[in-house]
Design a protein around this ligand. Structure first.
Ligand code: PLP
Length: 273
C-alpha cells in the first residue's frame, strides 16, 4: 500500500509524520473523504474547494491543489481497487507542544482504503449532545472528530450505524458523518447550513438534483416524517428504517427510492459534477 507524504509516494509501513504534528497533538487539521470507483475520484473539484474553505477557516495556508490532485492521482494509480475511500489529510504540521503553530509548513497525507457499498437502509439513533451552530469550527471539516467518535460508538451499541445531533436550539442538524433529509407530505427537506451542519457534497448534489428544500426542522420531526434518509460520500443516499424506537417499515419509501435512483444515474453520468 502506497500513500502520499512529503511530496511523493511512500510505503505505508515506512511513512512517518512527527509525533509533534499538530494534527496528532491538538487536532489542528482538516480532511476530505472522496469516493473512488474503478480508479475515478467522484466530485473531486467540490471536495478540493471544501478543503480550501476548511483550511481558510482554520487559518492554515491554502493547500496547493495541483499537488493535492497529483497526490490523489498517484495514490489511486498505485492502489487499484473496485471501491475505495480516498482520505486527504492536511494538518498544521510539526510544531511545539501546546497550541501555537510552529515554523514548519503543513503536512499533507493522501491515502486510499478499500470499502464496501453500504446497504440501502440503516438504523440511526439520536444523541443528547448538541452541535454548536455558532462555533469557531462550525461548517469546517476538521480532524477534531472525537465528539463524532463518541456519538458513533453509542449508535453502534444500539445497533445503529449513525447518530444524529440537534443543534443548541433543538433543531435537527446532521449525523456524525452524514447529512439528514426528511420527507413530509411528499416534499424533501434538509436542515440549512445555518443549523451548523457540514456542507456535505452529497447533500449539495441531492439538493440540486431533487429540488429538496432547506428548512429549519425540530429534532422531533424524526418521529413523524414519512421517510428519512442520510447522505454522505460513502453512503450516497441511504434510507433510514429505524430511528431510536421508531420503525419505518418499507424503507426506502417511494420518495427516497426516487432520490437514490436520481443520485445513481446523475453521479454515474458525471464523475466531477
Ligand atoms: N457531516 C459530517 C459531520 C461529515 O463528516 C460528513 C462526511 O464525512 C458529512 C456530513 C457528509 O458530507 P459528504 O457528503 O461531503 O461526505
Amino acid at each position: 500500500m502506497k500513500i502520499w507524504l512529503d511530496g511523493g509516494l511512500q510505503d505505508i509501513e515506512s511513512a512517518r509524520v512527527s509525533v509533534f504534528d499538530h494534527g496528532l497533538t491538538v487536532g489542528d487539521g482538516i480532511f476530505e473523504t472522496v469516493k473512488v470507483t474503478d480508479g475515478r475520484a467522484f466530485a473531486l473539484t467540490r471536495h478540493l474547494a471544501r478543503l480550501t474553505r476548511s483550511a481558510q477557516g482554520l487559518g492554515l495556508p491554502d493547500p496547493d491543489l495541483d499537488e493535492v490532485r497529483r497526490a490523489c492521482a498517484a495514490v489511486i494509480e498505485a492502489n487499484p481497487m473496485p471501491l475505495g475511500r480516498l482520505r486527504i489529510t492536511y494538518t498544521g504540521g510539526h510544531g511545539p507542544l501546546g497550541s501555537d503553530r510552529g515554523e514548519h509548513g503543513p503536512t499533507l497525507v493522501v491515502a486510499l482504503g478499500e470499502t464496501a457499498r453500504r446497504p440501502d437502509s440503516t438504523a440511526v439513533i439520536t444523541v443528547p449532545w448538541t452541535r454548536n451552530e455558532r462555533g469557531a469550527l462550525t461548517g469546517l471539516k476538521t480532524t477534531s472528530y472525537a465528539e463524532n467518535v463518541v456519538a458513533l460508538a453509542r449508535a453502534h451499541q444500539h445497533g445503529g450505524s449513525e447518530a444524529l445531533f440537534a443543534n443548541t436550539v433543538g433543531q435537527l442538524c446532521e449525523g456524525t458523518g452524514s447529512n439528514v433529509f426528511v420527507v413530509l407530505d411528499g416534499e424533501i427537506h434538509t436542515p440549512p447550513l445555518a443549523s451548523g451542519c457540514l456542507a456535505g457534497i452529497t447533500r449539495e448534489l441531492v439538493v440540486e438534483w431533487t429540488g429538496a428544500q432547506e428548512t429549519d426542522l425540530p429534532l422531533d420531526v424524526l418521529q413523524r416524517a414519512d421517510e428519512i434518509f442520510l447522505t454522505s460520500t460513502l453512503r450516497d443516499v441511504q434510507a433510514v428504517h429505524r430511528v431510536d424506537e421508531r420503525e419505518l417499515p418499507g424503507a426506502p419509501g417511494p420518495v427516497t427510492a426516487k432520490a437514490m435512483r436520481v443520485f445513481d444515474e446523475r453521479s454515474g453520468q458525471d464523475q466531477d459534477p
